[in-house]
Design a protein. Structure first.
Length: 477
C-alpha cells in the first residue's frame, strides 16, 4: 500500500513539474512569440481596450486615428486612417478581424504600450492613463502624393530616402488600397489579380536592367582593377562566358572608357568587366550593398524580399553556378526590390557609406515625452569615398548627356542611371535610380514601372524627376 502511494506521489510530482515547466515556458520564454503570432487574436482584443498610439508623418500629419464605441467595460477602440490610401503600404493596417501589416505590425508593441509595460505602469501611477506610444515617422506626405501622381496609375513603385540618415521619405506602390476598407473588403482585395495589398517597394522583385551596372562599376573601381578612364572594347557580339553578348540595338562602340560605357550603357563592356572581376568579387560587393538580406528595415520581415540571383525561390551564392558576366549587366536571374536599388544609389551618394534604412524616427509617450529615438546608424561601408566620388561623376554624366537627361533639374546636378529590362517581347520593366545634389546629396531614389512599352530614360526618369523636385525644391531643366 505504502509503495503504491509512493508511486502515485512520485507521478504527481513529475506531472506537477511538467505543468510548472510548460507554464513557465509559455508565460516567460515564449510570451513574446505568442504575443506576436499572427494567429493569436488575444493581444489585439486586449489592445482594443486602450487607445492605440498614433502614427504621424514627418510634418506632423496624423496618418492614423482612433474612434471608440461603448463605455466602461464595453469600451472599444478602433483604428481609422485619415489619409486613406496615401501611405497604405508603408503604414499598413491593424484590425482584430484581419490582423495587421506595415508599420502598424512592426511597431505593434509600442503602439499598444506593451514594449515598455513597466514604464507605462509607472506613468499610470504618476497620474497618467493607459495608452499606446506614438510613432513619428520619416514619411513626407507632399512627396508621397507627387510620387503616386507621377506613376499615373501605372503599376510600379518609388522609394526615396535621405542617404545621410537612411530616413525613408517616400514609399509608393501601385496599385494601392484604402486601409479603412480592410474590415469589409479584405477578401476582395486579397483576391484581386492586381495585388493591391502587395507592397511592391519592399516585396516585388524585378530584373533591374542596366541600373545594376553601377554595382558592377563600384566593384570594378573599388577593387583597384579598373578606373573611370580604363578603356575596354565595346564591340557588339563580344563572347562572354562562351556566348555572344549584344549591345542595345546592336550598337558597336569599339574602344571606350568605363565612364562613357556607363553613359551609353554598353552591355559588352560591363559583361567583360564582370567576367574578369569574377563571381567572388561581384558577390562581395553585392553583399555590401545589401543584396541577399532583408535590409534590416523597421518593417515586418515577411513583407520584405531579399534581392539577388535566384533559381526559382532559392537565393544563389558563390558556391552556385552563375554566369557572372551576365549578372554584371542583369541578364542572369538577377531580381531586385525598389528599396534595394534606392539603397544602391544612397550608398554611392553618401560617400560609400550605406546607412540603415528606417521608417520611424522616434517613439513618444502619451504625454509627449520622448520614449526612444531611432538614430541614424551605419549598415556597411560599401566602397571608399574616392570610389563613390568617381562613380558620382560617372552617374552625373548619364544625366547630363546620356540616357538619363529626362531627370535633369535646373540648378541642381543629378547623378543617375537608367535601366530597361525586357520582360517579354516589347514589354519592359523601366527603371531609374539617382541621388541629388551630386555634392552633399539629400535624396536618393529608385523608380520603376511594370510592363511598359517604354524605356527607363523615357518612362521612369521623368517620374523620379518629379519626386526629386518636390524633395529638393528644384525646378525642371
Amino acid at each position: 500500500m505504502n509503495l503504491q502511494i509512493g508511486r502515485l506521489f512520485g507521478l504527481f510530482v513529475v506531472l506537477f513539474g511538467v505543468l510548472v515547466f510548460f507554464t513557465s515556458r509559455w508565460t516567460v520564454f515564449d510570451a513574446r512569440s505568442l504575443q506576436d503570432n499572427a494567429h493569436n487574436r488575444r493581444p489585439l482584443l486586449k489592445a482594443q481596450r486602450i487607445p492605440r498610439g498614433l502614427i504621424l508623418a514627418d510634418d506632423g500629419t496624423h496618418l492614423t486615428a482612433n474612434r471608440h464605441v461603448g463605455s466602461g467595460e464595453t469600451l472599444r477602440y478602433y483604428r481609422s486612417y485619415p489619409t486613406g490610401s496615401l501611405f497604405s503600404h508603408a503604414v499598413g493596417y491593424s484590425f482584430v478581424s484581419r490582423g495587421s501589416a506595415g508599420i502598424e505590425k512592426a511597431y505593434n508593441r509600442e503602439l499598444t504600450g506593451q514594449e515598455n509595460e513597466f514604464k507605462s505602469l509607472i506613468d499610470q501611477l504618476g497620474g497618467g492613463t493607459k495608452a499606446g506610444d506614438d510613432l513619428h515617422s520619416t514619411l513626407d506626405p507632399r512627396a508621397q502624393r507627387v510620387a503616386l501622381s507621377a506613376l499615373g496609375g501605372q503599376r510600379g513603385s518609388i522609394v526615396a530616402l535621405d542617404p545621410r540618415t537612411g530616413a525613408i521619405k517616400v514609399m509608393a506602390s501601385l496599385p494601392d488600397y484604402n486601409p479603412n476598407d480592410i474590415p469589409a473588403r479584405y477578401a476582395q482585395l486579397n483576391s484581386d489579380t492586381s495585388s493591391p495589398l502587395f507592397n511592391r517597394a519592399t516585396q516585388a522583385r524585378y530584373p533591374p536592367g542596366s541600373t545594376f551596372k553601377v554595382v558592377t562599376a563600384a566593384a570594378a573601381i573599388d577593387s583597384g582593377r579598373y578606373t573611370p578612364d580604363s578603356v575596354i572594347s565595346g564591340r557588339n557580339n563580344k563572347i562572354i562566358s562562351g556566348v555572344p553578348l549584344q549591345n542595345f540595338g546592336g550598337a558597336d562602340y569599339g574602344p571606350i572608357s568605363l565612364t562613357d560605357a556607363l553613359t551609353h550603357s554598353v552591355n559588352t563592356v560591363f559583361g567583360e568587366v564582370g567576367e574578369k572581376l569574377g563571381k567572388h568579387t561581384m558577390f562581395k560587393y553585392m553583399k555590401r550593398f545589401g543584396f541577399g538580406s532583408r535590409l534590416g528595415l523597421d518593417y515586418p520581415t515577411e513583407e520584405i524580399s531579399p534581392s539577388g540571383v535566384f533559381s526559382g525561390r532559392r537565393l544563389l551564392g558563390t558556391s552556385d553556378s552563375v554566369d557572372v558576366g551576365r549578372v554584371a549587366i542583369d541578364q542572369e536571374r538577377l531580381q531586385v526590390t525598389p528599396l534595394q536599388m534606392a539603397m544602391v544609389a544612397a550608398a554611392i551618394g553618401n560617400g560609400g557609406r550605406l546607412m540603415q534604412p528606417r521608417l520611424v524616427d522616434s517613439v513618444t509617450k502619451p504625454d509627449g515625452g520622448l520614449r526612444s529615438r531611432n538614430s541614424p546608424s551605419l549598415r556597411s561601408t560599401v566602397m571608399s569615398s574616392r570610389t563613390a566620388s568617381e562613380l558620382a561623376g560617372m552617374m552625373g554624366k548619364v544625366v547630363q548627356e546620356g540616357t538619363g537627361t529626362a531627370a535633369a533639374l535646373s540648378g541642381i546636378q543629378v547623378a543617375g542611371k537608367t535601366g530597361t529590362a525586357e520582360v517579354t517581347n516589347g514589354v519592359n520593366q523601366a527603371w531609374f535610380i539617382a541621388f541629388a545634389p551630386v555634392t552633399n546629396p539629400r535624396v536618393a531614389i529608385a523608380a520603376t514601372v511594370e510592363r511598359t512599352s517604354g524605356e527607363g530614360g523615357t518612362v521612369a526618369a521623368p517620374i523620379a524627376k518629379q519626386v526629386l523636385q518636390v524633395l529638393l525644391g528644384g525646378s525642371g531643366g
